[in-house]
Design a protein around this ligand. Structure first.
Ligand code: FMN
Length: 208
């Protein structure tokens, strides 16, 4: 079996939808064992956003999702991250979790795991690509092998429709008021990334 972890943080539910699409696509394959895990919320963020109905509704939807642990990172052969944009960069919630993985890094336990990143922003040029590119850095420090989204497998990348996605990874546009949902193309790209990460992870396992 190839173990695939889909882990994400989502304030308003967009990244959660992309993560679910990634999980569902990979789970179609009998030889992939797939876990969906959320990155824990931070107290300061919860305090800042808990007066917002869309935040409360999205958190309620995710109430049953187990929080990710360092054991999940170690368990995984491949990891897909759902990382929404905060000022063109990763949210503190994700940074906080990644920074707890120093022990695994020190022991080389994350090396040679396949990985890919999905993102979201409110606006079209609000930083999806910069978030994915900068979020790669700690993953490369961990020794992971980065997997992007290919033009060949993702015809959406060559379209001029308003949707997410780049060679760096899938993404979605939430809209300036957060009311848009991921497009069918965005969700398909999320699924294809999960399957590609799992394929690469499986190949690495076979050559170990
Ligand atoms: C503190 C903060 C900073 C944000 N910075 C950006 C930004 O730089 N560009 C942008 O387009 N959207 C920005 N957003 C909007 C989020 O990226 C958007 O709400 C998120 O991608 C939606 O995903 P989610 O529903 O999974 O939380 C920001 C939101 C917050 C709360």
């Amino acid at each position: 079996m190839t173990n695939l972890l889909i882990t994400y943080y989502s304030s308003y539910g967009h990244m959660f939808k992309m993560a679910q699409a990634a999980r569902d696509a990979a789970a179609e394959h009998d030889d992939y064992q797939v876990k969906l895990r959320k990155i824990p919320e931070l107290e300061a963020a919860e305090k800042a956003m808990s007066s917002q109905d869309p935040y409360l509704a999205a958190q309620k939807e995710q109430a049953e999702i187990t929080e990710v642990s360092l054991d999940d990172l170690e368990w995984a052969d491949g990891i897909v991250w759902g990382i929404p944009t905060r000022f063109g960069n990763m949210p503190a919630q994700v940074k906080q979790f990644i920074d707890t993985a120093g022990g695994l890094w020190a022991e080389g336990k994350l090396e040679d795991k396949a990985t890919g990143i999905m993102s979201s922003t409110n606006t079209i040029h609000g930083g999806q690509e910069s978030t994915i590119l900068t979020s790669m850095m700690p993953l490369l420090h961990f020794g992971m092998i980065y997997v992007g989204s290919t033009y060949g497998q993702n015809p959406e990348l060559s379209q001029d429709k308003i949707q997410g996605g780049s060679p760096y990874g899938p993404s979605t546009i939430a809209g300036s008021d957060g009311s848009k949902s991921p497009t069918e193309g965005d969700l398909k790209m999320a699924g294809r990334l999960a399957k590609r990460v799992a394929r690469v992870a499986k190949g690495i396992n076979l050559t170990k």
